[in-house]
Design a protein around this ligand. Sequence first.
Ligand SMILES: Nc1ncnc2c1ncn2[C@@H]1O[C@H](COP(=O)(O)OP(=O)(O)OP(=O)(O)O)[C@@H](O)[C@H]1O
Ligand SMILES: [Mg+2]
Length: 235
Amino acid sequence: MSLQRADFFVIGTDTGVGKSLVAAALLRHLGQERGRRTVGMKPVAAGTDWVNGRWCNDDVEALNAASNVQAPSAWVCPYLLREAMAPHIAAEHENITLRLDHLKACFAQLQTVSDSVVVEGAGGFIVPLNATETLADLAKALALPVVLVVGLRLGCLNHALLTAQAIRQAGLPLAGWVANHIDPEMPALAENIAALTLRLDAPCWAQIPWQGVALAAGTLPHVPFTLPLFDAPPP
Ligand SMILES: Nc1ncnc2c1ncn2[C@@H]1O[C@H](COP(=O)(O)OP(=O)(O)OP(=O)(O)O)[C@@H](O)[C@H]1O
Ligand SMILES: [Mg+2]
């Protein structure tokens, strides 16, 4: 019996707030604790290093390592851009136009080999992809429930609430949010989490503590998710 699909679009309040960490942990959870065939997708990765004879991106490597299906890299990361900068600018530098229809086709391919695709956004929710479209348009085109990673630092309440508003305006469900403690100096942590819990119209799926040191990209701590059940067979 095939499982009901559970695909998610992971976005963040900003760049560097833990999207990759959460997307990878979610892939692990869905694969190891929910028995799903999982694959990560990074639609646009900006910033590569030459490693072992090929261009690599940390986010793509982290998603691949956490997935239990290894799909062609052309589907997992359709646009692998050299320079670490805003995606549409990095693309312009390579004379590439980022196209939603191509991303949609690659996502559909990933769905054929998995039960869950976890898509990691780039930067924040309204990051431009090209002259007229943004990451929000991609989330809409894929019609995916959104998981919002809130990087707990000063300013996060405003960023989180603006992002939640934009998700609503896009007509997408906010499936859940994750509180990620990225700033060990953050004052009034518990009060900030309480303020978000009160105002974000979605369950908190996990709280990730500060790990004692800034983790190297790709390091994956255990994240105890409290996801709703979606594994019941369709009626
Ligand atoms: N709770 C935490 N404690 C310590 N380090 C963390 C924590 N969360 C994330 N990090 C580290 O912070 C860095 C940024 O996290 P991550 O790469 O997941 O962010 P991102 O939102 O995916 O960034 P980008 O916008 O570049 O894709 C990584 O090196 C990650 O390991
Ligand atoms: Mg990332």
